[in-house]
Design a protein around this ligand. Sequence first.
Ligand SMILES: NC(=O)c1ccc[n+]([C@@H]2O[C@H](COP(=O)([O-])OP(=O)(O)OC[C@H]3O[C@@H](n4cnc5c(N)ncnc54)[C@H](O)[C@@H]3O)[C@@H](O)[C@H]2O)c1
Ligand SMILES: Nc1nc(=O)c(N)c(NC[C@H](O)[C@H](O)[C@H](O)COP(=O)(O)O)[nH]1
Length: 267
Amino acid sequence: MASLPPLTESLIPFLDPYLPRINPTAVLDKAETDDSLPFITLTFAQSIDSRISSSPGARTSISHLETKTMTHYLRSKHDAILIGIGTFLADDPILNCRFKINHDDSSHLIRPVIIDPTFKLGFYYEKSKLRQAFLESKGLPPIVLVRLSEIRSNPEIKSFCTLHKIMLLPIETEPASEFRWLKVFKELKKRHIKSIMVEGGASVINSLLLARDPSSGKSLINSLIITIGPVFLGKSGVEVSPCKELRLTDVSWWTGVQDSVICSHLK
Ligand SMILES: NC(=O)c1ccc[n+]([C@@H]2O[C@H](COP(=O)([O-])OP(=O)(O)OC[C@H]3O[C@@H](n4cnc5c(N)ncnc54)[C@H](O)[C@@H]3O)[C@@H](O)[C@H]2O)c1
Ligand SMILES: Nc1nc(=O)c(N)c(NC[C@H](O)[C@H](O)[C@H](O)COP(=O)(O)O)[nH]1
């Protein structure tokens, strides 16, 4: 694991208004009920033509090392990092936090969360960088969200997860289009996850961008942070685009040596 360049100082005040607030007295805070939702940051890197990879399943470098450090700084501010199984299979990601928060070289431990309705992870986990990082005490084992019907019909899933210290979280048997983010976030909150950084991929991003809390009508995303790299990935690239119009508010832009970053809230 190559070490990261230092964080560009100007990113700290730029990102601050969009980060989860750490509340040390949360236990005493009345607003902090079991029913409250975790803070959700949706963040990814895209090309100018709104693509996050050059083709389905391809790992594609879009951002500069400067904003890679930013990504790890963002990871240091969240309890969990969530991806879909498509990203796990394409990128073999490590999903830890490599940003050093103290001078003693220690890093924050972030919990990986993988949406994997049919438990494809089982075929690839043993050789993954994610597992390797856990074995080297550089990361945590993941929480994996698997369809209840899949867990019931395949008892080996439970024993595999127990063996590898993976936490299995059942999701209801339902078509992908009806995937309920609200329920997933509430379940994660019950497991003491108060902030989640969602990194992708395209299915996750396109679906979460439109997810709303039915009781308030508000977006489930608290902050949207997009890095834009100076590249066109073309029509065969994997596109991020919600299926309807979406307006951003409280918009701030930052430009670094190569990339621009937009931070915003959603209407
Ligand atoms: N540039 C970036 O910042 C970035 C970030 C992450 C991933 N990527 C790229 O994205 C690509 C992967 O995207 P993808 O869309 O194929 O995979 P994905 O990571 O979004 O995972 C898709 C799978 O996750 C599950 N899933 C996700 N959302 C779901 C929902 N709402 N309902 C039900 N199931 C759901 C399904 O099994 C689905 O097949 C890869 O090429 C990867 O390199 C880029
Ligand atoms: N910031 C950023 N710039 C990129 O150019 C790019 N392709 C990603 N992609 C995000 C994707 O989710 C990756 O899989 C994880 O960023 C890998 O995570 P690790 O570093 O292995 O922990 N992210």
